[in-house]
Design a protein around this ligand. Structure first.
Ligand code: FES
Ligand SMILES: [Fe+2]
Length: 423
């Protein structure tokens, strides 16, 4: 096959280093299942596979449209180890390109965000417009078989949902709406894209990305690890949000006189975000969107985490807090009660995730068991295990068995043939 200069060859789909047999114990009913084999948190071959097959093979959320709102405004994202430029063109379109000059391959843009009228390579000054088209470079006039039109920046498919920007490095993923399944319907009453970021904090966590999502998915640790959170949303109250697609959802009630998750449990007069129903006023919604996005929706603000796996035992996490624009326009607007609350909670979580990362390396550790309240962790692990096994089986925790009074989520695992299964 001849390789087009503007469309480099796609990589072959990698072979999973984790067999169906190795995760068979995970794909059991929760009351019988084992946790993931410890090596999936440590083995560089597993990490490489996940990066290539999952982060490089499906839609991955990289940020919000407000970070590339004006013409020429851009930010850099890292997906599967690749640096990608996300930029707003002069025609208003958002586009994404590999951050690689087509000449001798220099990184084109070094600053993580900013605004540009064009891209100019810092090496030999090749120039690309905001659509990625190459301006005919100096000293290429006499080249044979060289058409500058064929040497534009390599594009990456981009799609937007609720103000979130997703990239598909493979160029082969199903449309974003299909990837998200029922989730857009679940959140259709909100206009999350209209919210504005008030704060961003980046964390460098010495733990595997999956362990961080598993931690987000369970409340078993809340009484001991998060006493501040547990008094506002007690760990044993809450419900699943059910639906199809590679996401998990749940909500927890805000109890007593509390209004939201903040240092004192008050929302300090901030208005509810648009679309909030009466029952939403007393709930915190939590969503994991495969593979790397955590959405925490409060009555008065949105918190989002993006995970960027850096190494088997290291994850960069970007956490953002967004509020209604009208709330932020108030002269006394101050998000610090919400930001400080979650910064504290985040750090409490990272601490125990790091302890887990260290302990699961030990030769003394074998895969443990899910408690009766960790069915949601099991739900995430089944997404992971199915993708390692790659046998076309889609497992899920049967949530009907949930015992609300005990907060138990232990359940059966049901299986279906995955529509997107590999051959
Ligand atoms: S490497 Fe970019 S112009 Fe030479
Ligand atoms: Fe936590």
């Amino acid at each position: 096959m001849v390789q087009s200069p503007s469309r480099p060859m796609l990589r072959a789909r990698p072979v999973s280093p984790v067999t169906a047999a190795e995760v068979a114990a995970v794909r059991q009913p929760t009351v019988r299942a084992s946790l993931m084999p410890p090596r999936v948190y440590h083995d560089p071959a597993v990490f490489q596979y996940e990066q290539e097959a999952w982060y490089g093979g499906d839609w991955v959320c990289v940020g919000r449209t407000e970070d590339a709102e004006r013409t020429g405004q851009y930010f850099l994202a890292t997906v599967a180890g690749e640096s990608i430029i996300v930029v707003r063109g002069d025609d208003g379109e958002l586009r994404a390109f590999y951050n690689v000059c087509r000449h001798r391959g220099a990184t084109l843009v070094e600053e993580p965000c900013g605004a540009l009228v064009r891209f100019q390579c810092p090496y030999h000054a090749w120039i690309y417009n905001l659509k990625g088209d190459l301006r005919p470079p100096r000293h290429t006039e006499l080249l044979e078989d060289f058409d500058p039109a064929a040497w534009g920046l390599v594009p990456v498919p981009l799609a937007v949902w609720q103000g979130y920007i997703f990239l598909d490095l493979s160029g082969e993923a199903a449309p974003l709406a299909a990837h998200l399944g029922d989730l857009p319907g679940e959140l259709a009453r909100f206009d999350l894209g209209a919210l504005r970021r008030a704060r961003r904090i980046e964390y460098d966590v010495a733990a595997n990305w999956k362990a961080i999502i598993e931690n987000y998915e369970e409340y078993y640790h809340c009484p001991g690890v998060h006493p501040q959170l547990n008094r506002i949303t007690p760990y044993n109250l809450g419900e699943w949000v059910d639906g199809d697609g590679p996401w998990l959802g749940s909500w927890m009630p805000v109890v007593g006189e509390f209004e939201t998750l903040s240092m004192d449990g008050a929302s300090h007069g901030r208005p509810p975000i648009a679309g909030t129903r009466d029952e939403d006023m007393r709930r915190i919604y939590y969503f994991v969107v495969w593979p790397n996005m955590l959405i925490s929706l409060h009555p008065d603000y949105l918190m989002t985490h993006w995970l960027e796996p850096v190494a088997p035992g290291r994850t960069r996490i970007v956490c953002e807090w967004a509020f209604a624009a009208e709330a932020m326009a108030e002269p006394d607007f101050d998000p610090s009660d919400a930001v400080d609350f979650w910064d504290l909670t985040n750090r409490q979580d990272w601490h125990v995730c790091q302890l887990q990362q260290a302990g699961t390396r030990s030769r003394a550790y074998t895969a443990g068991r899910y408690s009766g309240i960790e069915g949601s962790v099991h739900g995430f692990d089944l997404m992971v295990a199915d993708r390692y096994a790659n046998d076309g089986i889609q497992s899920r925790v049967d949530r009907v068995t949930k015992d609300k009074s005990a907060g138990s989520t232990a359940g059966q695992v049901t299986r279906a043939k995955r529509a997107d299964a590999a051959d």
